[in-house]
Ligand binder design. Structure first.
Ligand SMILES: Cc1cc2nc3c(=O)[nH]c(=O)nc-3n(C[C@H](O)[C@H](O)[C@H](O)COP(=O)(O)OP(=O)(O)OC[C@H]3O[C@@H](n4cnc5c(N)ncnc54)[C@H](O)[C@@H]3O)c2cc1C
Length: 402
């Protein structure tokens, strides 16, 4: 059985879901294929390990597509301040405070599942969006303006425009023959979910050490997500320790600012790689989110730039509709590609610079770090720029992100 759609989005994660919602109530017939629905949310559940720091721009996008309230109603933690410092130099820490920019907060920490569930609620409410789940792509026959996606159960979807929102290992990207440039960072991220004795829910902080940053992300209640970036072998060793040994390591290695950890709720590790698609679009197909780019998460930007992709692509397609253009043509898709690829490339370069400058012990780089943090902390226009960057409000933004 074949069903025809204007847009078929493979991947109903945070980015694919946001794109579908942004295309809601348009004349486009949209399908979203998602392998599996996330488990239902219950406020008595422990926090998930996978959380994201959402910028103000992401909040604006999620508000505009009607999903923000679903996030707030479930669980989230706004933070007002952000602090960064070099190991053992907390006295010289650089503090960013939203009050200085006349904002209530700098961002929110939200569980990825909560974001996805809020988007799914919205997708289900939209007449022009069909959420097809659980379903997996079995075969993708790419043909410009007429691609056929065959699902595991034999159903076939015909797409005028095929969207790859299926993450870093995107099958769509591979099926249409778009290559990537990639390399592994010599770092893994160990994420631990903990309960702390102190309430410190209005701040997120990051301490730079020669082996990689240590980060604190507040969750609701006294809960927090700790991120420990280190060499792959050290992260593997830490993952093999017992809970008791691991808690002792956290207490020993994390700065005193953290205070006592009352209990460990869970931990997991993630290898980190940088990956960038050689092109974001071909006639009849387009890439968004991690399918297009994967960056170092130390500044928490991956999903934020993915949501900007979704917003920019939706804006491009809606403009094309208004002007009677073909949404699957390169003439249209190249607007999106040109705008987002450049922006994301700059973000990737900035993350790589942070990674290299902040994850080693060479004296010249240590001096550079101290000068950099000192300047960012004191000079007001630059400080405001850094804050605007962290809030996602820097650069040429799609309308719904402003
Ligand atoms: C440790 C860590 C911390 C991070 N912290 C942050 C942060 O604080 N802030 C931030 O902005 N980013 C952060 N990121 C990055 C962020 O998690 C990713 O950028 C984000 O998940 C990308 O979203 P996505 O929707 O593009 O892809 P994914 O989250 O990978 O979603 C892809 C979706 O596609 C579905 N799918 C895959 N294949 C198929 C198929 N064949 N058929 C149907 N469906 C399919 C999957 O089930 C999934 O739902 C972090 C990353 C890591 C590793």
């Amino acid at each position: 059985m074949q069903s025809c759609y204007d847009v078929v989005i493979v991947g109903g994660g945070m980015v694919g879901g946001a794109l579908a919602c942004a295309l809601g109530n348009t004349s486009l017939k949209v399908a979203v294929i998602e392998t599996q629905l996330p488990a239902a949310f219950d406020v008595t559940q422990d926090h998930d390990l996978r959380v994201s720091a959402l910028s103000i721009a992401s909040e604006n996008i999620l508000k505009s597509v009607g999903s923000w309230q679903g996030i707030i109603d479930r669980r989230s933690c706004p933070y007002r301040r952000m602090k960064v410092w070099e190991a053992s130099e907390e006295h010289a820490a650089t503090l960013f405070d939203s009050v200085k920019l006349k904002y209530d907060h700098l961002g929110h920490i939200v569980e990825n599942r909560v974001i996805q569930l809020a988007l799914i609620d919205q997708m289900k409410a939209l007449d022009n969006v069909d959420l097809i789940t659980p379903a997996k792509t079995h075969k993708i026959d790419y043909s410009p303006g007429f691609s056929i996606v065959e699902l595991d159960d034999g159903r076939q979807l015909v797409a005028r425009l095929l969207v790859a929102a299926d993450g870093g290992d995107s099958r769509v990207r591979q099926a249409v023959g778009i290559g990537v440039q990639k390399w592994d960072y010599e770092q893994h991220a160990l994420v631990a979910s903990v309960i702390t004795e102190d309430a410190q829910q209005d701040i997120t902080w990051q301490q730079f050490t020669p082996t990689g940053p240590l980060a604190f992300l507040p969750l609701s209640g006294h809960r927090a997500s700790l991120v420990w970036y280190n060499t792959p072998s050290e992260v593997k060793r830490l993952m093999r320790t017992t809970d008791e040994e691991f808690l002792a390591e956290l207490t020993h290695r994390f700065p005193a600012t953290l205070g006592n950890i009352e209990s460990l709720l869970g931990r997991g590790s993630f290898p980190l790689r940088r990956q960038h698609a050689q092109q974001y679009a071909k006639e009849g197909v387009v890439l968004v989110g991690d399918a297009a780019h994967m960056i170092h998460p130390l500044a928490g930007q991956g999903v934020n730039i993915g949501l900007l992709d979704a917003a920019a692509l939706a804006q491009t397609l809606m403009t094309a509709l208004e002007e009677g253009e073909d949404i699957s043509s390169m003439a249209v898709l190249s607007h999106y590609e040109k705008h987002r690829r450049r922006h994301n490339f700059i973000m990737m370069q900035a993350m790589d610079l942070f990674y290299r400058v902040f994850s080693n012990d060479l004296l010249p780089l240590k001096l550079l770090r101290n000068v950099g943090l000192g300047v960012a902390g004191k000079a007001s226009p630059l400080k405001n720029k850094v804050m605007a960057f962290a809030m996602g409000l820097e650069g040429d933004l799609p309308e719904i992100a402003k």
